[in-house]
Structure formats: C-alpha cells, structure tokens
Write a protein that binds this ligand. Structure first.
Ligand code: C2E
Ligand code: CA
Ligand code: CA
Ligand code: CA
Length: 277
C-alpha cells in the first residue's frame, strides 16, 4: 500500500481497493486456469527472408478464459511471474510446445520451436532436470528446441550464465530476446552463452526511414557475426522494413508481414501451404 495520503489511509481509497480486489480475483482465476489448463499455444512463423522459407516458430501462450475470452500474455504473465505461478505454467507451456513440435516432426516438418522463458524460471532449482524430462517424455531432440530469454535474467550474472551453459550442453539453443533495449547489451554480449540475438521490434518499427535504427541493426549484425551468433528481427510488418533489414545484413525475421501467431490448426494449414509453394 502506497502512503500518498496525509494520514496513510490510502487503504480506504475506493479505486485502490477495487484494484487490489481485481488483482486478488485475477490471481485466483489464474490459479484455477493453470489447474484446468485454460491455455492455448499459438505459433508464429520465423522466416528466412532471403529465401522466403520457414525456419521455425515461436510459441506464444494465450489464456482462453471460459467467460472473459482470450486474455493476452501481457496481462497475466507478469502476475504469474510475481506469484511464482510461472513455474507451473512455464512447465506446461514447454511440454505443450515440445509435444506439438514432435507431432509436426513426425509429419515431416523439421522445425525449431522457440519457447519464452521467464527470469523466474532460470532461478528455479530443478529447471535443467525439468527440461531434460520433457525432452525425454516428448521424444523431441534437443536441437529442435530453442529458449528465448531476456536480459532481465542477468541480474545474477554468474548464476544465470551457469544455468544457460547447462541448457546449451544438452544441445538446446538459446536466443536473447528484445536485444538492444537493456542499457548494457553491448558490453556483456560477448560473455553470454547464447546462439542467437533477436533484435527488438523498436529498432524495426522505423528502420526503413531512420538511419540510426539502420546503424544499430548493422552494428548488432556485425557483433553477432564476429561472435558466431545468429541474428533475427522481430515485429516486421512492412516490405520496406524487410528490405532495409536485408540491406543491413539481417536475413531472418518474424512479424505480421509473414504471419500473425497462429492457433495449432491454422499453423498446420500454413505448413501445408508453405510446402506446396
Ligand atoms: P515477445 O516474446 O517479445 O513476443 C513478441 C510479441 O510480439 C508477441 O506478442 C507477438 O504476437 C507480437 N508480434 C509478433 N509480430 C508482430 C508484429 O509484426 N507487430 C506487432 N506489433 N507485434 C508483433 P504476445 O504474444 O502478445 O506476447 C507478448 C509478450 O508476452 C511476449 O513478448 C513475451 O514477453 C510474453 N509471452 C508470450 N508468451 C509467453 C510464454 O509462453 N512464456 C513467457 N514466459 N512469456 C510469454
Ligand atoms: Ca520472445
Ligand atoms: Ca521480443
Ligand atoms: Ca518483449
């Protein structure tokens, strides 16, 4: 409770009371949702822009509430993280994504699935065992799984690096998401055990008419090449943005230009079309 009021009676502020009540309800609903598995994974294609081919897909969770309908991750992932529910939810997401990717593999589509990992999960003590268990159970080979992490995991640099190293030792790829938004990105990137840099959407939005964004993308590509890392851009909505990316050496991308995140059925339709063309 913030103490903005003269007497510290902010607790009785009706809007604040309403807010915390909403929050309590939300937490209860989320707990129920995890028990009842009220979630769906959507898959967004990742594209090799140069050859216009599908290389993989990012798993993005949606909460399909029986009364409220679809609730986007930005509204519940932060709550799941704060309450620790992300541990159970994250495990469910990972299992689901690996299981689904194995099904697609068996159909002949050899694609890498990328799953977002919260900072909280990195510091979960049995994370590596849990991942190994899921790979064994779903029979998905480690090389077909990628985990997307953000710079926020590096609050405890050594601890996070050690966990990532163990994950890479299994053969799983690590991608650093939203790259360029953290203030220290460039100074620490060389010491991170990561395979791919994902350039944040904020640099893509205006890349077709902003030289600074072009210079930043070019710099990230140069660094990635010298460190033997891959680069991908997110949030590509326009042909001009895709062209500007290619001009600056970035050949991999993801965004509404290619496809929105798709429900499993729609992604399968997308796969079949992709194979024909
Ligand atoms: P993110 O990991 O940076 O994911 C990219 C977000 O950008 C997704 O939003 C995606 O739908 C959206 N997007 C993709 N292409 C475009 C585009 O061309 N234009 C625009 N404007 N947006 C685009 P979404 O699915 O709502 O997810 C938001 C965030 O929620 C994610 O950001 C990620 O931080 C978190 N999140 C989503 N799914 C999961 C999950 O399974 N686990 C965890 N821990 N976090 C997740
Ligand atoms: Ca991501
Ligand atoms: Ca991102
Ligand atoms: Ca993000």
């Amino acid at each position: 409770v913030k103490s903005r009021g003269k007497n510290g009676y902010d607790f009785f502020d009706p809007t604040m009371e309403a807010k915390s009540l909403e929050r309590i309800l939300m937490e209860n609903e989320l707990r129920k949702a995890i028990e009842q598995e009220q979630f769906q994974i959507y898959y967004q294609p990742k594209i090799d822009i140069a050859t216009d081919t599908l290389t993989g897909m990012e798993a993005l969770v949606r909460w399909v509430h029986p009364e409220l309908g679809v609730i986007p991750p930005n509204r519940f992932i932060p709550i799941a993280e704060e309450t620790g529910m992300i541990i159970a939810l994250g495990e469910w997401i990972l299992r689901q994504a690996c299981r689904q990717n194995k099904i697609w593999h068996d159909q002949g589509y050899l694609l890498k699935v990328s799953v977002n990992l919260s900072a909280r999960q990195i510091y979960q003590k049995d994370l590596v065992e849990m991942i190994k268990q899921i790979l064994a159970e779903t029979e998905l080979a480690a090389e077909w799984l990628e985990l997307e992490i953000t710079e926020s995991i590096f609050v405890k640099m050594e601890e996070a690096t050690a966990v990532l190293q163990q994950i890479r030792d299994i053969g799983i790829h690590i991608s650093i998401d939203d790259f360029g938004t953290g203030y220290s990105s460039f100074s620490y990137i060389k010491s991170l055990p990561v395979d791919t840099i994902k350039i944040d959407a904020s640099f893509i939005r205006d890349i077709h008419h902003n030289q600074e964004s072009q210079a930043i993308v070019k710099a990230i590509v140069t660094i990635a090449q010298s460190l033997n890392m891959n680069v991908i851009a997110e949030g590509i909505e326009l042909n001009d943005q895709a062209a500007a990316l290619q001009q600056n050496g970035c050949d991999h991308g993801q965004g509404y230009l290619f496809s929105r995140p798709l429900a499993t059925d729609d992604f399968e339709r997308y796969l079949r079309k992709d194979q024909v063309s």
